[in-house]
Design a protein around this ligand. Sequence first.
Ligand code: SF4
Length: 159
Amino acid sequence: MSEQKDSDLEIKLQQRIKEVLGKSLHIRHVDSGSCNACDFEMNALSNPIYDIQRFGVDFVPSPRHADMLLVTGGVTRHLEEAVRKTYNAAANPKIVLAVGTCACGGGMAGQTYAGNGGVDKILPVAVYIPGCPPRPQALLEGILRALDQYEDRGESNES
Ligand code: SF4
């Protein structure tokens, strides 16, 4: 992706956060059993290159503060309860993004005795971001699509 396209994407993200939420966007990352490569790409959003905080986006430690859940991994049986509890703890309206091929449909492991084979087996997923792992730009695109869904559901904070 060119620098110009990156810049367009970033400007659009900032505009849409303001339009849809009227404030900042708080995201809770949930690792449901990933290999950690998806998580590293997500971490890159906060590094000095992407610097996502400048657009009013923050990763928060508590689901109670989150507008959006970004879930990596295919939801292992061991982490299933934690994923459900995290989702239930987030305030409404909330929206779930499946990040990476494992989260979107199980990936290489698929559905096994040890794993559910995707986040949508457990939670309602609004946006799927494929890739193994997806690049930071793909994550930004996915967040933008999720903001559109907020609006489509009538959950915008605009009055
Ligand atoms: S999609 Fe790929 S990078 Fe992401 S958790 Fe699965 S195996 Fe790892």
